[in-house]
Write a protein that binds this ligand. Structure first.
Ligand SMILES: Nc1ncnc2c1ncn2[C@@H]1O[C@H](COP(=O)(O)OP(=O)(O)OP(=O)(O)O)[C@@H](O)[C@H]1O
Ligand SMILES: [Mg+2]
Length: 342
């Protein structure tokens, strides 16, 4: 390469760096943060309302923990994104997990759901019976007025002191041995290490996921998997305090590993206990080394996620290199959807 060419290349590099600096003026970390606060996150008052609603359900149900001849209801608690502090404002139901003991291998899921529905109707005598409806793998309680529906998911429980039990998979009805209180603790630990940022980057990644679901038919990416990938990056020392960079590291990780790298945590079991898995995506439940939380993801579904992550990474690069606000917003919209604005 001739000297003048090197000088030109160096000049271009400098331009790109300058543009990156400039584009941060068009859409900066703090622009993303305030858009998230306004348009992505579940507002605090709503979160409080929904948590109160869940607390009332728990209190009512706990008053009626009476024994039943076959099953008995042991505990009901808030689970899912509202419990973890990772909910988006378009949240459409309140997840609660309900521990039921006395369930045998032969018990029909439909009978179990009917039992839970009966207990809930007893706990809410003023509701009309059709406000408590068994669904395929859960029971929903519809409240009149403003509140969201509460979606009660069964956990088949055998008196484990740490509250391990078989969660009925909402995807296919299979039994997943897991521990909701430990999942909450797992996320809480990472939130304590990176207050605000860890949960915020999760919410932004979920916003991207929801946008991809609109864009690509057949796209799916479970929120729990997103959280575990981000927990892995955080544990590996990734700093989440700059949101464009944190997101870029998430997309880069997915693209670089093709989502085929096994992800495991040692909070609740040693690495030596983790066996081998044959599924294409292996994101192992941090509380049970035998449970692959991404067991249902096919090669095709994994490829779609990788492709979408590559596109998102390119869009962020383009956003950071864009020289005016209009273009910068255009590229961020490719990531987050048309609701992105500053
Ligand atoms: N495959 C699984 N194995 C073990 N536990 C799981 C599994 N899938 C979900 N869970 C449990 O269910 C909770 C809810 O996870 P999920 O991905 O369904 O949605 P969420 O966190 O409520 O997010 P959102 O509803 O906003 O998409 C998880 O935090 C975890 O405790
Ligand atoms: Mg949920």
């Amino acid at each position: 390469m001739a000297l003048f060419e090197i000088v030109i290349v160096m000049g271009m590099t400098l331009d790109i760096q300058k543009d990156r600096g400039m584009s941060r003026e068009h859409v900066s970390h703090s622009d993303i943060a305030s858009w998230a606060a306004d348009k992505v996150n579940l507002p605090k008052d709503k979160a409080t309302t929904y948590r109160d609603q869940a607390r009332r359900v728990r209190e009512k149900v706990e008053k009626h923990l009476s024994e039943h001849e076959d099953f008995s209801l042991k505990k009901i608690l808030l689970s899912g994104s509202l419990a973890k502090g990772t909910a988006l404002r378009n949240l459409n139901d309140i997840d609660m997990a309900c521990y039921v003991s006395g369930v045998s291998n032969e018990t029909d899921i439909a009978d179990l759901l009917e039992y839970i529905a009966e207990r809930l109707r007893t706990a809410f005598p003023n509701m009309s019976p059709d406000q408590v409806k068994p669904q395929t793998y859960s029971v929903t309680i519809s409240f009149k007025g403003t509140g969201l529906d509460v979606d009660v998911v069964p956990i088949i429980y055998d008196e484990d002191p740490d509250w391990y039990g078989n969660l009925v998979s909402q995807e296919d009805g299979s039994f997943l041995k897991t521990c909701i209180p430990r999942h909450l603790e797992f996320i809480r630990k990472r939130k304590n290490i990176s207050p605000n940022h860890f949960a915020q980057v999760i919410r932004l990644a979920k916003q991207w996921k929801n946008n991809m679901k609109v864009e690509y038919p057949g796209f799916k990416f479970k929120s729990f998997m997103i959280e575990l990938i981000l927990a892995k990056l955080a544990d590996d020392g990734e700093d989440f305090s700059d949101y464009p960079e944190a997101l870029q590291s998430f997309f880069t990780y997915i693209a670089k590993t093709n989502l085929r790298e096994q992800i495991v945590f040692t909070d609740y079991y040693p690495l030596s206990k983790v066996g081998s898995f044959t599924e294409p995506v292996r994101i192992i439940d941090p509380v049970n080394e035998k449970n692959n939380a991404s067991v249902l993801y096919s090669e095709g579904q994994a490829d779609l996620i990788v492709e979408a992550a590559l596109d998102a990474g390119d869009a962020i690069d383009a956003a950071l290199a864009a020289t005016n606000k209009e273009n910068t917003v255009y590229y961020w919209q490719k990531v987050f959807g048309p609701s992105f604005s500053i």
